[in-house]
Design a protein around this ligand. Structure first.
Ligand SMILES: [Zn+2]
Length: 294
């Protein structure tokens, strides 16, 4: 009996010792951190796992919310000039991403994600600096590659009635032959779709073929146009395959307010949707400038 009592005491003592060691270890794990079994820590763990397991829908909505800010505020540089936001390019973006939704929608963010994946970019769904500059490069890479000057036999003189300024001299109404026939097909389709009357100025040609001499003269008249505006050495207008087409507003003014008007006209929106079918591609920065790339 006595022995058993001793045994029991030993066991109780051992249990107590173990318990105190455990207790000390728990306290010793840092007085700053909360006790291992307290609720806050469990909560922290839970909320971490919730963040990790965020559903794609939540991620897309967050990207859409960011796009709302970036659309107006993203700072970027083009043609040596600082630019703000990408809202002027809504129509082009929606066309390039092949969606019908506006740029603030979840669908837009989702389409951006897919586009980013295809291009090997970080697939955030946000049209941030990286994604936006990749988009600009994409548009620029689709432009006319061969900028060789047109030879006289490649040019035709379009009638004055095709021009925004019908008093324009004949030598300033020259267009590369294939470009001109594609243009006629395109405006026939546009006039039908948009129910334009013959005295409507939409789609009239502002400027087509320009000789180097004429381009130099334009640059002298407008020395601050910057490299995004009048090209110095290799204007696509030298080829006769670039057309400045009237899409509303002040015909060829790059001011933000003017372009904001132009990108919202039915004429511009029609071109964005349909010009490619006729072989024309945009210069994203100038809503009026289209190049025949076939
Ligand atoms: Zn142009």
């Amino acid at each position: 009996m006595k022995n058993r009592k001793v045994h029991l005491l030993v066991i109780i003592a051992m249990v107590a010792a173990v318990a105190s060691v455990v207790g000390f270890t728990a306290r010793g794990s840092g007085s700053q951190s909360p006790p291992a079994t307290s609720k806050p820590q469990i909560k922290t763990t839970l909320s971490t796992s919730v963040t990790k397991a965020k559903s794609p829908a939540t991620k897309t909505s967050a990207a859409a919310a960011q796009n709302q800010i970036l659309r107006n505020e993203l700072t970027w540089t083009f043609g040596g000039k600082q630019q703000r936001g990408w809202y002027l390019y809504d129509a082009l973006l929606v066309e390039t991403l092949d969606i019908d939704d506006d740029p603030l929608s979840d669908n837009f963010a989702e389409a951006v994600t897919k586009w980013q994946k295809r291009r090997g970019l970080s697939a955030s769904g946000m049209l941030d600096q990286n994604a936006w500059m990749a988009m600009v490069s994409h548009w620029q890479s689709n432009r006319l590659k061969n900028r060789a000057s047109a030879t006289p036999d490649q040019l035709v003189t379009a009638p004055a009635s095709d021009f925004y300024d019908p008093s324009r001299a004949a030598e300033l109404r020259q267009v590369e032959r294939e470009t001109y026939s594609a243009y006629l097909k395109m405006i026939a389709a546009a006039s039908e779709d948009l129910k334009l009357s013959s005295n409507d100025r939409y789609f009239k040609i502002i400027s087509a073929f320009r000789s180097r001499e004429y381009q130099d003269m334009l640059r002298r008249k407008s020395p601050n146009s910057g490299s995004a505006g009048l090209a110095v050495n290799n204007s696509p207008h030298f080829t006769g395959r670039a057309l400045d087409i009237y899409v509303g507003g002040d015909p060829v003014d790059t001011k933000t307010e003017n372009r904001a008007i132009q990108v919202n006209t039915p004429a511009y929106k029609w071109l964005v949707r349909n010009a490619e079918k006729f072989g024309f591609r945009p210069y994203f920065y100038e809503p009026w400038h289209w190049e025949y790339v076939k």
